[in-house]
Design a protein around this ligand. Structure first.
Ligand SMILES: [Mg+2]
Length: 377
């Protein structure tokens, strides 16, 4: 089987309510949907997903579409879709980094492999380690009172872990956590995501004052490049520190581990360059005894299913910490690109957990009408 053609489309779906985090404000999901054709008729579906509206990634949908069309696709047409190591090396040879662009192709390849063998993607990624995945919900930055209200609603829907976005006005962050903790009681886990908002000295001071509200961990407290600063924070507080923006490549994850800058690695399948590269980072984390979570970019159902296939097959991502990337989107997007979408009702029905679709491949079926409706020309 050979790859014969690759097509991409930017698809933009608005959110009902603007979503606020320390990097900026999200008003729409905007991702690149990737189709990879083969000579025996199988078409793989992938997705390069982003966090638009803030300085999270150097890649954008508008940079990724031509990157795939003009640089990555010509390099791999004619290759076999099962030759995943070779394809990643060829993509790296034509352009370094650009991991989100590469992830769109990677996802489509796992979809093809699964479809060719009539197996779910997780069976090819290590098999069914644990089918149930603990889901988390992320609260957009708002007044402490409104965040507490939202937290209560999410608890009543069945969520067992909530993420409180912080870092907009650091002085209010302690109040945010306090009111959310009071609203949900001791049994719901609360983690914090600062999205790089603090200086190391600020982070140490604030986290120490937050510890009485029992945060599960604090993610990306300082600038992504300041690994020494993050290590200083990790040494100074009792709360575990998670690395998100700071880990993208295998080398960046290695550096964080060597400097003991994080206790948890947040793997995002898009940010970390697809399922193949994410498995390598999980192996690196395993060698250091560090658990992983599967973080959420603003993915459509294609990327969400990829997250679920990864978590199902990866022991390091199943160490008791919930994964936002596997759950329904925390942001209020008005639609999706697939026929089937996992919803908040599924969270209630499964008491806080989700499972991967049974495949074949990633198991997603695109809705042609929705693609037409939301495609950006
Ligand atoms: Mg994060």
């Amino acid at each position: 089987m050979k790859i014969t053609k690759i097509e991409t489309k930017i698809v933009r779906i608005p959110v009902e309510t603007p979503y606020v985090f320390s990097h900026g404000v999200l008003r729409a999901f905007s991702n690149v949907v990737v189709w990879v054709w083969t000579d025996d008729g199988i078409v793989g579906i992938g997705e390069s997903s982003f966090v638009p509206g803030g300085g999270v990634s150097e890649e954008t949908p508008e940079s990724t579409k031509p990157m795939i069309d003009h640089y990555l696709a010509p390099e791999i047409i004619g290759e076999g879709p099962f030759d995943i190591e070779l394809i990643h090396k060829k993509m790296d040879a034509v352009v370094p980094r650009n991991l989100i662009a590469k992830s769109g192709i990677d996802l489509a390849l796992w979809d093809i492999m699964g479809k060719a063998l009539d197996l779910p993607a997780y069976k090819l990624l290590g098999g069914e380690y644990k089918p149930k995945i603990l889901a988390t919900y992320t609260l957009s930055i708002d007044t402490p009172e409104k965040m507490a209200e939202q937290a209560e609603i999410r608890k009543s829907l069945g969520y067992l872990t909530l993420v409180v976005k912080i870092g907009h006005e650091p002085e209010y962050d302690i109040e945010r956590l306090k009111l959310v903790r009071e609203a949900v009681g001791p049994e719901v886990k609360i983690r914090l995501d600062a999205n790089e908002a603090y200086r190391p000295d600020q982070a140490i001071k604030i986290i120490r004052r937050m510890e009485k509200y029992d945060p599960e961990f604090v993610e990306e407290p300082v600038k992504r490049w300041d690994i020494d600063g993050m290590a200083r924070v990790a040494r100074a507080v009792d709360t575990p520190i998670s690395s998100d923006e700071s880990n993208t490549t295998l080398e960046s994850a290695k550096k964080i581990i060597e400097k003991e800058a994080a206790d948890i690695l947040n793997i995002k399948i898009s940010k970390n360059g697809g399922l193949f590269r994410s498995k390598k980072i999980a192996a690196l984390a395993e060698s250091a005894g560090i658990p992983c979570i599967v973080g959420g970019a603003n993915t459509y159902e294609i990327g969400r299913q990829a997250c679920r296939h990864f978590a199902t097959s990866t022991a390091q991502a199943q160490m008791g910490l919930g994964s936002e990337g596997c759950a329904p989107a925390s942001q209020s997007k008005i639609d999706d690109v697939t026929e089937k979408v996992v919803t908040y009702e599924d969270i209630s029905r499964m008491e806080g957990y989700v499972v991967a679709l049974p495949g074949p491949g990633l198991g997603v079926e695109l809705d042609g009408e929705k693609i037409k409706k939301y495609a950006v020309s």
